[in-house]
Design a binder for this molecule. Sequence first.
Ligand SMILES: N[C@@H](CC(=O)c1ccccc1NC=O)C(=O)O
Length: 252
Amino acid sequence: MTKNIDRLYDRSVSFYEPVKNRSPNAIVFIHGGAWIDEKNTPNDFEFLCGAMLNMSDNDLDYAMYGITYRLSPTVKHPTHICDVIENLYRLIKDKGIKKLQLVGHSVGATLAWQVATATATNELCSSSEKLIYVQSCLTGLYLIDGIFSISELLDEYPEYIYFVSQAFQNNGKEFEELSYSIKRLPCWISYIHLLHSYKDELLTLRQPRYMADLLQENAIPYISYFSDMGLHNEVYENPKLARYLLDNLKFT
Ligand SMILES: N[C@@H](CC(=O)c1ccccc1NC=O)C(=O)O
């Protein structure tokens, strides 16, 4: 019997919906903040969405949403993932979305990857049918200045234990390493984009290089884009990111 857990699955923000006709296509932004920072919310992406609309004369054939998830230390892993899955499921059902691409920044990229590769068999709290339905709609991932390995992260930045210890019960040891989760990446996800800012002051290229190495070892197609997109918390407002998303987002 599933526990009666209060979900924040109604916390979605709509940045844009095509006025002419409701689109079955959508991108959903997942914010960062190291699982703990209340300053990071779905509204981190409001400026970026405005820039994308300005650069496209408000004529996009996909909707844009942001979602939230409960933060640590109030909740611990894997609840963040459960909230994202519940939230995505509700959004997809409410809006009639058929094709979905996730755009994650920092731990938002971590969560996007975890949603794409989750299995209901592990300790995930979400119902398997919701997870399977969300994954069946997923066609692309944009992973921006992300965290992909906790062991690599703490080896490089031992001081980051301050947020890892809040987000995980066992100092991140329960975080599933990429070498395992990558085996479950759905074959129908055609677009994987790996982005990183050369000016990111909180994360070096070690994380995206680790992801790139594993994608290559598993012969998974991906596109990488490394550029000066500003500091860690400036990237998601950078016009270069808006341009990149407009040029690369495809739902065909
Ligand atoms: N603003 C966060 C720190 C943070 O977000 C962060 C720090 C280092 C590496 C990645 C980070 N964010 C990832 O989502 C804090 O309040 O501690």
